[in-house]
Design a protein around this ligand. Structure first.
Ligand code: AMP
Ligand code: ZN
Length: 488
């Protein structure tokens, strides 16, 4: 958790206020519900992570800004969040229905590298993308599926002992007919579920919705492990059940993912986890709608994807993408276009300009206001981010609120929306008085190095300033600072 968020959360706790009410739409009931955690003041949260065979596209990133917004809203309300995002580095087959190509093998072949090298490359890149979007990766655990093979085998063994499985040549399968209420998430009919699955993919499979817990090794597999069922690979639904249980416990508060995961992946996670424990797995299932490109779901297999690196290369601030996501409610499909991203970037720039001026006018002191109450109510009402942004804009532009009240709103907006508002715009000149002492010291040391013509040292200090987020330009009247884009 960032310092600011910890400070604010502890403020709420110190003040002895009871945790405010927060409402979320639970896919399990299809309704908006009051959030009641398992343990008071704590939230256990699991988000389905990416398969690291290539970079995450901005559709995937919508999913993580969504789960980050849940965590921020709960933390600002005084909860302590424990978060897990899994890294899928086992080569699963391209479709949910256990067929197609092994994704890690696709990446390895494309880049002439081993699956391990590919996984390392793209899991690092994923974390960088999250950081660029102001997602505090240090506060999240990222277990890799390949490091939890033992736990996955143990879970499959429990299911086998409890009679939920059967063996065929292809491996160990989960018998969905044996799990009462299979498909309860999303309230799918048997016909829907069967249409979503594929019949007879594996010889001997009993029902279309049955799925692999363990797949027998195939001759060209690049990854394989020993198991009680012979050499092979865990089925792709198994890792989330096993890692969630290992890191967060048998029952958790919130599980998130994109809505494409509801029908198969999450219903299968429920069958595995609840079949094994005999208890409820997740209290609140939450799903984001798709990011679309030209009317279609953005997906690697459709080839219509944009990466965060494309956005940064075009000169956008990565947080313009975060702003763009927040303009739509997480349950509404959102259509990406470069023009819309430009709109988000200029709106963000506008907010930053107002906030930067307010920092001066308010002396960075906050005061409560009715606008802040409305902002918080919107965020706690199923993360109504479009309304919250509307309240923010309207209140910051209004003459009705004093600078300290407005600054209070800016701080709340930073905490909940993760937009970093109180910084000058990229390219804007920054007065020396506005930079932290550490940055000023670097700048002074650089001037001293330049004065004795130690240009190598001056260059090192320029690089240090840039990593701290400041560009330095040498002008006749002296060095000028402006904000640098966060370094990748
Ligand atoms: P995957 O690597 O395909 O499992 O995706 C990682 C996360 O991104 C999952 O929660 C997906 O549901 C989600 N996701 C994938 N494509 C999109 C999209 N176009 N829009 C929003 N979320 C998506
Ligand atoms: Zn999952």
């Amino acid at each position: 958790m960032s310092f600011l968020r910890r400070l604010f959360s502890s403020e709420a706790t110190k003040a002895g206020r009871s945790t405010p009410q927060v409402f979320f739409t639970n896919t399990l009931s299809g309704k908006k519900e009051l959030f009641v955690p398992l343990k008071a003041g704590q939230v256990l949260m699991y988000s389905c992570g990416p398969t690291v065979y290539g970079p995450a596209h901005i559709g995937n990133l919508r999913s993580y800004v969504f789960s980050d917004t849940i965590a921020r809203t709960l933390e600002a309300a005084g909860y302590r969040a424990q978060r897990v995002i899994n890294i899928t580095d086992v080569g699963h087959l391209v479709s949910d229905a256990d067929e197609g190509e092994d994704k890690m093998a696709v990446g390895a072949t494309r880049e002439h590298a081993t699956p391990e090298v590919i996984a390392d490359r793209y899991s690092k890149r994923f974390l960088e993308d999250l950081r660029s979007l102001n997602i505090d990766a240090e506060a999240i655990r990222f277990p890799h599926a390949t490091q939890y093979i033992r736990e996955q085998i143990a879970l499959a063994q429990t299911l086998e002992q409890k009679g939920f499985t059967y063996r065929i040549a292809d491996g160990l399968y989960f018998d969905t007919e044996k799990f009462p209420g299979y498909g309860k998430l999303g309230n799918f009919s048997k016909a829907d579920l069967e249409a979503g699955a594929r019949v007879a993919v594996a010889y001997g499979k009993r029902h279309p919705t049955d799925f692999a817990l363990w797949r027998a090794a195939k001759p060209n597999d690049l990854q394989r492990w020993e198991s009680p069922w012979g050499k092979g690979n865990p089925g792709w639904h198994l890792e989330c059940s096993a890692m969630s249980r290992s890191l967060l416990g048998t029952e958790i508060d919130i599980h998130t993912g994109g809505e494409d995961h509801i029908q198969v992946h999450h219903n299968n996670e429920i069958a595995q986890s609840e079949g094994a424990s005999g208890r409820r797995f997740v209290r609140y299932w939450m799903h984001n709608a798709f990011l679309t490109m030209g009317g279609e779901k953005a997906s690697k297999s459709l080839g219509n994807v944009v990466y965060l690196s494309d956005i940064i290369e075009k000169g956008f601030d990565p947080l313009a993408l975060r702003y763009f996501f927040l303009q739509a409610h997480y349950r509404t499909p959102l259509s990406f276009s470069w023009a819309a991203l430009e709109g988000a970037q200029s709106a963000l720039a506008g907010l930053r300009k107002i906030s930067f001026e307010l920092a001066d006018e308010s002396g960075k002191r906050t005061a409560p206001s009715e606008a802040r109450e409305r902002f918080l109510a919107a965020m706690r009402d199923d993360l109504a981010t479009p309304q919250a942004l509307g309240i923010l804009w309207e209140s910051l532009k209004s003459d009705e609120y004093a600078p300290r009240e407005k600054w209070g709103l800016v701080r709340d907006a930073q905490l909940h929306l993760g937009l970093t508002l109180d910084v000058p715009l990229v390219g804007d000149h920054i007065a020396l008085a506005d930079v932290p002492n550490t940055v000023r010291a670097l700048l002074e040391e650089r001037e001293a190095a330049r004065a004795v013509k130690d240009y190598a040292r001056a260059d090192e200090l320029r690089a240090a300033l840039e990593s701290a987020g400041y560009l330095v330009e040498d002008r006749p009247e002296g060095p000028q600072l402006s904000r640098a884009l966060r370094k990748k």
